[in-house]
Design a protein around this ligand. Structure first.
Ligand code: URA
Length: 244
């Protein structure tokens, strides 16, 4: 098993984060620092992080309704609270959020210590559906909102395809748009709306695949099985990236 995958299996974070730990020279195998990628861990090898021996831990899976004001990245220089700490013990289990929600976004986050399942849910290659409700000030915007279904070019030139507008409703001078997309680029929903000239007032993620946030209040969470996640979050695309 690759060293970064092994570290992730030991609850040390996502594979991406474990790659960083390796490059930072914090990992050794059988007493020798390994600071390059591509190292394979064999049977009986002793792996240490910061001098402490690490061992595989059981996988855990949670769904959480993220409140506003909590962030999805650890070690914030401004000391803002980290979503994983809403689940007692999850940090010690090596859990991390699957993908990111902005500080002011609420809604469904999967939190786990299983790096490969996290990757399958978050990576655009697999196209797992993510459903959001976006709230905009003003009314009568339905026509331009529906144009996003043809694909939206965002500010870096990337085109977000496979956009489905599930519902548009209006209340108290606001428009609520429920939409489904299949990727998780940073600020992607805000950028999609910005590209058609609309600024979001609120954003909530309602579902990942058929896994819904319904029933959980802000900050509430529940544990779920791997089987439950796999059934709810089927891959939508072949492993070959159809957008290449
Ligand atoms: N898109 C955004 O703009 N923000 C989020 O938090 C998630 C998706």
């Amino acid at each position: 098993m690759r060293l970064q995958a092994y570290l992730s299996r030991c609850g040390k974070g996502s594979r991406r984060r474990c790659e960083d730990l390796i490059v930072q020279g914090r990992v050794s195998v059988n007493g020798d620092v390994v600071d390059r990628q591509g190292f394979d861990v064999g049977e009986g090898d002793i792996v240490q992080l910061d001098g402490e021996e690490v061992h595989p831990v059981p996988y855990r899976y949670y769904i959480l309704n993220k409140p506003k004001g909590w962030i999805s990245v650890d070690r914030d220089p401004r000391g803002r609270p980290y979503v994983v700490d809403l689940i007692p013990g999850a940090r010690e289990q090596g859990c991390f959020p699957v993908g990111r929600l902005d500080m002011d976004t609420t809604g469904l986050l999967i939190v786990t210590n299983d790096g490969s399942t996290a990757n399958r849910i978050a990576h655009p290659r697999y196209g797992v559906a993510k459903t959001y409700t976006a709230t905009i000030k003003g009314k009568g915007k339905a026509n331009s909102i529906h144009t996003m279904e043809k694909g939206v070019r965002i500010d870096d030139g990337h085109i977000v395809r496979d956009v489905r507008i599930d519902d548009i409703s209006e209340k108290d001078g606001h428009t609520m748009v429920r939409l489904t997309i299949h990727e998780g680029k940073r600020h992607v929903v805000k950028r999609m709306f910005r590209s058609i000239g609309l600024k979001l007032e609120e954003l909530e993620r309602n579902a990942i695949g058929s896994l819904e946030i319904a029933g959980l209040g802000f900050g509430e969470w529940r544990e779920i099985s791997l089987d439950g996640i796999e059934r709810a979050c089927p891959e939508q695309y072949d492993v070959e990236d159809h957008r290449s």
